[in-house]
Design a protein around this ligand. Structure first.
Ligand code: ASP
Ligand code: MG
Length: 406
């Protein structure tokens, strides 16, 4: 008997009627003879509301209490779905993180899963009970409630699927799969039937919001077959799988973008050992994530410019920190610019084909779009451009790589 994990996101459980609809979907899987564990998110908008209440009460809050509060949304939906299943004759029981238990480390607000005890759940599944698990939450070594970071119920679902050795982890969301590009911007975007773990990981970390990045990394590590699909229609979704399951691999499988980038340039930074660490060390200590970094060789051996990106939210803090270091770093000017976007072209085909980056540069040049920063990895090329060109750039690249729907 197959064992399936189904995960339903916030829009799929946004109200009681939709929860009933989810129950019917679960029933279908049960009727087909599968053992089913379900992971649920909070109702759409609820977690945001909870976070807001936390901030209103205490701007600098205790992370342990933050977790107690924001984890509550999933408690409600897990109970409601268990009830809705019982109403249609399916034996079901809800589980909070600590009841499983799903053990995490003690990093409140962004805890990592360490172990999931599945013995009890397995017995129940074998007995034909549906286990409805509150996503996004776990229990710290000291017994307190933890949460896994925003969007973390995807990670709960994949981790549970890995622990149970599930055949598949179906992630039901408000889009019907993974697209070559955001269909709200590129109307000719196509849904992918399959995408590799690696590509999905790049897409998620480069801004595609369909799956939490950590859930993809976890699926890749444990080789969990993930399917992304919509709970509002019955079409097949996108399978996230191993590379060798994809017979005809496109050179480029998707284009992602992130508006959440801000550029910082330090001009005439001293060109000597230790400068980069003097700049990036304090940023790391302040938990500011730096993404792209470029530094050129200094023309005169004395000073050079360094450009890097941080999230828009961290821009002011970054500038303030570097201003404090002005004497030590001896840079000339600091130039912050929040009006940038990062566009990334992703495809495992890049590993074996030359000229893919150049197609990007040519296509952007033809449109007169200036590239400010470039960075690459084995299967990805990212560029930073002015924010105003985002739509033009995405559509141009989508066409240039032959991704447009017929
Ligand atoms: N409810 C949580 C959030 O909104 C977790 C999730 O939906 O994945 O971030
Ligand atoms: Mg989500």
């Amino acid at each position: 008997m197959a064992l399936i994990v189904q995960k339903f996101g916030g829009t799929s459980v946004a109200n009681v009627e939709r929860i009933r609809n989810v129950a019917l979907r679960v029933k279908r899987e049960v009727d087909a003879g599968s053992r089913v564990a379900v992971v649920v998110s909070a109702m759409a908008g609820v977690t945001n509301q909870l976070v807001e209440w936390v901030r209103d009460t205490a701007p600098l809050h205790d992370a342990r209490e933050y977790d107690v509060i924001v984890a509550s949304g999933e408690q409600v939906t897990s109970g409601l779905l268990a009830l809705a299943l019982q109403q249609i004759g399916i034996p079901a029981r809800s589980f909070l993180g600590w009841q499983i238990p799903l053990r995490t480390d003690g990093m409140h607000g962004r805890a990592r899963i360490e172990a999931i005890e599945t013995e009890d759940m397995r017995k129940r599944l074998d007995d034909g009970q549906v286990c409805v698990v509150a996503g996004f939450q776990g229990v710290a070594p000291d017994g307190r409630i933890t949460t896994l970071g925003r969007g973390g119920s995807d990670t709960s679902a994949v981790a549970l699927a890995a622990a149970l050795g599930a055949e598949r982890c179906d992630i039901y969301t408000d889009v019907d799969g993974v697209y070559t590009c955001d269909p709200r911007i590129v109307t000719k975007a196509r849904k992918l039937d399959k995408v590799t773990y690696e590509e999905m990981l790049e897409m998620a970390s480069q801004g595609a919001k369909v799956l939490q990045t950590r859930s993809v990394a976890m699926a890749m590590k444990h080789r969990v077959r993930v399917q992304v699909l919509s709970s509002f229609d019955d079409r097949p979704g996108t399978l996230v799988v191993d590379e060798d399951e994809i017979v005809e691999q496109e050179l480029v499988s998707g284009i992602a973008y992130s508006r959440d980038e801000a550029k910082v340039t330090l001009t005439r930074v001293a060109d000597r050992p230790g400068v980069a660490s003097a700049i990036f060390g304090p940023l790391a200590a302040a938990e500011i994530n730096v993404d792209m970094i470029v530094q050129n060789v200094s023309p005169d051996g004395a000073a050079t410019d360094i450009t890097f990106t941080v999230t828009k939210a961290d821009l002011d803090k970054t500038v303030a920190l570097l201003e404090q270091k002005r004497d030590e770093l001896k840079f000339d000017r600091i130039l912050p610019d929040p009006n940038v976007v990062k566009i990334s072209v992703i495809g495992v085909g890049m590993r074996s084909h030359a000229g893919i980056a150049n197609r990007m540069f040519e296509a952007l040049a033809e449109r007169g779009i200036n590239i400010q920063v470039i960075s690459t990895s084995e299967i990805k090329i990212s560029v930073l451009i002015a924010e105003e060109y985002i739509e033009l750039a995405l559509r141009t690249l989508h066409t240039a790589y032959g991704l447009d729907a017929a």
